[in-house]
Design a protein around this ligand. Structure first.
Ligand SMILES: Nc1ncnc2c1ncn2[C@@H]1O[C@H](COP(=O)(O)OP(=O)(O)O)[C@@H](O)[C@H]1O
Ligand SMILES: [Mg+2]
Length: 379
């Protein structure tokens, strides 16, 4: 296998192969085969899906791989990132821009014309230009959004290709108000076989509210796909092979220690491997692991402190108990702090700090759990 080399300025220097900040390329996605196949099948069946998992669990990476497969099977794939939207107009703009990014070549030229004829128009790219008068009215904003949400039908009519649309960070719709989810639902229900959708999100509580609450527009309309932590076996194989490809070794002991710390958390696994790779000249053994582990813990310390100070005292106590695996929260006598602890568990889950796995509570971020176990902030 060829080592990954960087540019001519540093001839022969091998680049750290572990991606920790951005979604990984489809070919680098570890495992997730079943989830990929399921999402592809749901799309083919014209069923809509919701992909729910804590942040940094690889949702976006997985969706890119799903869309790459559908792309190769002749679909038009559109990826809409809703992170940070606050108005219906933001939403409409994100959708329009996503089509403009997705459509290239001849069809891209057709779309360049079409988008200019969409009514009401949007101030493309945002900026200080005031929006058109009609958009000041709620109805105008809705109309603008609906015109963009209807784009799969235009693309299908033009090309005969089915359209796969991902709405990533869909929980952000809650900040938009105006029953944005109902607007989406009422438009896309007419798309039949022309388009399939995936709604992805990380704040579990909010995603569940949008999709599992009988009063909300999407109730019962989507199939749920959930991401578990990565299995130790494919993760170990991947890490070992990437060390090898980049001309380094990782010993079994170091690999074992890394796997024990990260507990299958995808991004934490990559971050730990990234640090270990940097710490090792050639061979990564337990000494290098100790160096890597302390640099990793100090790199995330501010983030962990921030998460900690946002918690109430009951939430903190509950988090300590979950981190230690010593469950005061499993009391069955219903006495003492039972109700308060139950509330704390629910709120920690809603914020994505803990999750329930195989009937047990688990701290989502293994580094937070470790930091809590090691004694937490000293100042
Ligand atoms: N299946 C995977 N294989 C390899 N790395 C992964 C995988 N899933 C997640 N990661 C790691 O997690 C990071 C965040 O992935 P991302 O897809 O952005 O997660 P999410 O969208 O759930 O927040 C990536 O940079 C990568 O380090
Ligand atoms: Mg993401």
């Amino acid at each position: 296998m060829t080592p990954i080399m960087c540019g001519s300025a540093t001839v022969g220097r091998v680049i750290n192969p572990f991606q920790v900040t951005k979604p990984v390329a489809p070919a680098e996605v570890i495992d997730r085969e079943d989830e990929t196949a399921r999402l592809v099948s749901l799309a083919e069946e014209a069923n809509n899906a919701r992909l729910v998992a804590p942040r940094r669990y690889g949702k976006t990476s997985l969706l890119r791989r799903v869309q790459q497969r559908l792309d190769r099977a002749g679909w038009v794939t559109v990826y809409v990132d809703l992170l940070g939207i606050v108005t219906l107009e933001d939403f409409a703009q994100r959708v329009e821009r996503a089509y403009s990014d997705a459509l290239t070549g001849t069809i891209g030229k057709w779309f360049a014309g079409l988008r200019r004829s969409l009514r009401p128009a949007l101030t493309i790219g945002g900026g200080p230009v005031p929006v058109s008068a009609s958009l000041d009215l709620g109805a105008g904003r809705r109309e603008a959004l609906v015109a963009r949400l209807a784009l799969p039908t235009r693309v299908f009519e033009k090309t005969g290709q089915r359209v796969h649309v991902v709405f990533d960070e869909f929980q952000e719709l809650d900040a938009v108000g105006g029953q944005a989810d109902a607007v989406v639902r009422s438009e896309i229900q007419h798309h039949g076989d022309m388009a399939s959708y995936v709604f992805a999100g990380s704040q579990l509580r909010m995603m569940e509210m949008l999709f599992a609450d009988r009063k909300r527009a999407f109730y019962g309309q989507t199939e749920r796909v959930f991401l578990q932590p990565l299995e130790a076996e494919p993760l170990a194989e991947y890490l070992a092979s990437r060390f090898e490809r980049s001309n380094k070794d990782i010993t079994e002991a170091a690999l074992g220690a890394l796997l024990d710390l990260v507990g299958g958390h995808p991004q934490r696994a990559m971050a730990a491997a990234h640090a270990l790779w940097n710490a090792a000249e050639r061979t990564a053994d337990l000494d290098q692991w100790e160096t890597a582990r302390s640099s990793l813990m100090s790199a995330v310390e501010d983030e962990l402190k921030t998460a900690w100070v946002e918690l109430s005292s009951t939430e903190r106590r509950t988090l300590v108990a979950v981190s230690l695996g010593s469950p005061p929260y499993q009391r069955s006598d219903g006495h003492s702090q039972g109700a308060a602890v139950a509330r704390a568990l629910a709120s920690l889950e809603g914020r994505g700090v803990i999750t329930r796995l195989d009937g047990r509570w688990l701290v989502v971020d293994p580094l937070l759990a470790e930091w809590v176990r090691l004694g937490r902030p000293s100042g």
